[in-house]
Write a protein that binds this ligand. Structure first.
Ligand code: MN
Length: 319
């Protein structure tokens, strides 16, 4: 196995947190099984999935806890339960919660929003950083790792994600570890998309750099497949003869380039019409998984002509 910045337990907790945030119970189930096998205890997972509710709401948390309960039952309740949290600290949760928040972030947390809505400030301090973060059977670094994975799996929470990346680093996570957590969250997103990941595209691997996955959708009337590229993966320059190709971008960030023209950045919702006979390539950006649906109209004698790869020197110029 390749050397990674996160250890097996950390990787598993990030994966579990990410699937839980997305509400993908199939992915979560598989990740829980692998995590229990890797030595994460039932109570550690319980803590992470309870904490999930503070970031993703009770529905996601309850569904995820249900999946954990099912998994442990199906495994005959033989998994190591692990430690329970020690008794609640003395005093008011608002007081020790405020202290915890300050320690966790490295300074007192202030902001106009907390003056505008003091109740949310109190709930954050007393409940999230008091009641939840005082539960000491999972350490803060692990809780932040899970939080980053959850936030990276939700749309439009960039400010919170960036702030928790800083908090995670303040609590000892390295840049490499954070990058890996974000990659894990990106990958669970690909697996959660509408049409699924499909199988690794080994048949065409010789015409690609990096791994790609193929999920055939239909071959009746038109040919349509869902194609997913891992970060940095791209196909070689190629030409579709006697039929064109249309790409509908489903998720992630990627590139399309026609010979002699600058590469065009692609994101979800973009559509690319590739005329027949035009030399081109398509694939993922260097830091993102990328999924498009590729559609073509079958035509007598239609073929793809595969040409030279898009070499690193050329590809690495793209952002
Ligand atoms: Mn093509």
């Amino acid at each position: 196995m390749a050397e990674t910045a996160l250890n097996a337990k950390q990787k598993s907790i990030a994966t579990v947190a990410s699937y839980a945030a997305r509400g993908n119970q199939d992915g979560l189930k598989q990740a829980l099984i692998e995590g229990l096998d890797a030595g994460v205890s039932v109570n550690e997972f319980k803590e992470i999935l309870v904490q999930t509710y503070a970031y993703c709401g009770f529905p996601r948390s309850l569904n995820a806890l249900n999946t954990l309960m099912q998994v442990t039952e199906e495994r005959g309740n033989k998994d190591e339960l692990g430690k329970l949290p020690s008794a609640k600290p003395e005093g008011e949760s608002l007081d020790y919660g405020t202290e915890n928040q300050t320690k966790l972030v490295g300074r007192p947390v202030e902001g106009k929003i907390y003056e505008f809505a003091p109740a949310i400030d109190e709930f954050l301090k007393a409940h999230l950083f008091g009641d939840i973060f005082a539960r000491d059977n999972v350490d803060w670094q692990t809780r932040e790792l899970a939080t980053i994975a959850m936030l990276a799996s939700m749309n439009n929470v960039t400010a919170q994600l960036n702030s928790h990346i800083n908090v995670g680093k303040h609590n000892g996570l390295t840049d490499e570890q954070v990058t890996e957590i974000l990659e894990i969250a990106d990958k669970t997103g690909v697996e959660t998309v509408l049409f699924g990941l499909g199988e690794e595209n080994t048949a065409y691997a010789k015409y690609f750099i990096g791994k790609s996955y193929l999920q055939p959708m239909t071959n009746e009337g038109i040919h349509a497949s869902n194609v997913t590229f891992e970060p940095k993966a791209r196909n070689n320059w190629h030409i579709h003869h006697k039929t064109g190709q249309t790409l509908f971008v489903v998720s992630g960030r990627g590139w399309y380039q026609e010979w002699g023209k600058p590469a065009q950045e692609l994101k979800a919702g973009d559509v690319v019409n590739i005329p027949e006979g035009v030399k081109h390539w398509h694939g993922a950006a260097k830091d993102s998984w990328f999924t498009h649906i590729a559609i073509s109209v079958p035509n007598e004698g239609a073929t793809a002509e595969w040409l030279e790869p898009v070499e690193d020197e050329e590809y690495n110029k793209l952002k």
